[in-house]
Design a protein around this ligand. Structure first.
Ligand code: ATP
Ligand code: MG
Length: 172
């Protein structure tokens, strides 16, 4: 059977320089679980799941209508959420990040895409399937968030890969 859906999510990519610093620190911590690859580090804004391929144009057009402000994001807490996801989280969430996630959620709802009912939880996953739990401070990993991205998640023999389908600037 042909699967004509795309597994989609909006996210903030972790820029290469910060991703390298995060991974260098993460690898020193000898965290439990399966490490997320450096190229895959991101903070999910909205997870759409499987969407019909023909909805892609409408989603790209919708994203272009989001006018949100750029902001500085500091991840400074090491936590475990859900079933063993060890993450970096912001001790304090920038209002502009909440506004961006909210703007996407509202526009997605208008297109008939219903998101998970759980509240938005900003996190950057470092390791999965961990059995131990982390709850501590981390060094400040900060970057200037000036764009958001629509990714397609693709499962491959080498693990999951995220293809960038669109990128939109945030307002300076
Ligand atoms: P894999 O599931 O293949 O191990 P992955 O979790 O990185 O890899 P996806 O499942 O496609 O890939 O998820 C893409 C992003 O969306 C990840 O950040 C994931 O945590 C998030 N995500 C996945 N499912 C949900 C969901 N039901 N609600 C919210 N976010 C989700
Ligand atoms: Mg997953």
């Amino acid at each position: 059977m042909i699967d004509d859906t795309l597994r989609l999510f909006f996210a903030l990519p972790c820029p290469p320089e910060q991703a390298a610093a995060v991974c260098a620190w993460r690898d020193d911590q000898a965290l439990d679980g399966r490490a997320v690859s450096r190229d895959n580090l991101h903070l999910t804004l909205a997870f759409l799941g499987a969407q019909p391929r023909e909805h892609l144009d409408a989603l790209l057009q919708m994203a272009a209508t989001v006018h949100a402000e750029a902001f500085s994001l500091t991840l400074d807490r090491l936590t475990t959420i859900g079933k063993g996801f060890i993450c970096l989280q912001p001790a304090s969430t920038p209002p502009a990040l909440l506004q961006l996630a909210e703007a996407l959620s509202e526009r997605l709802a208008a297109l008939g895409v219903v998101l998970d009912c759980r509240p938005f939880l900003p996190h950057l996953t470092l390791s999965r399937q961990a059995r131990s739990r982390a709850q501590q401070s981390a060094p400040d990993f900060t970057w200037h968030v000036d764009r958001f991205v629509l990714y397609r998640s693709v499962n491959t023999a080498d693990g999951v890969r995220y293809d960038e389908l669109g990128s939109w600037p945030l307002l300076p």
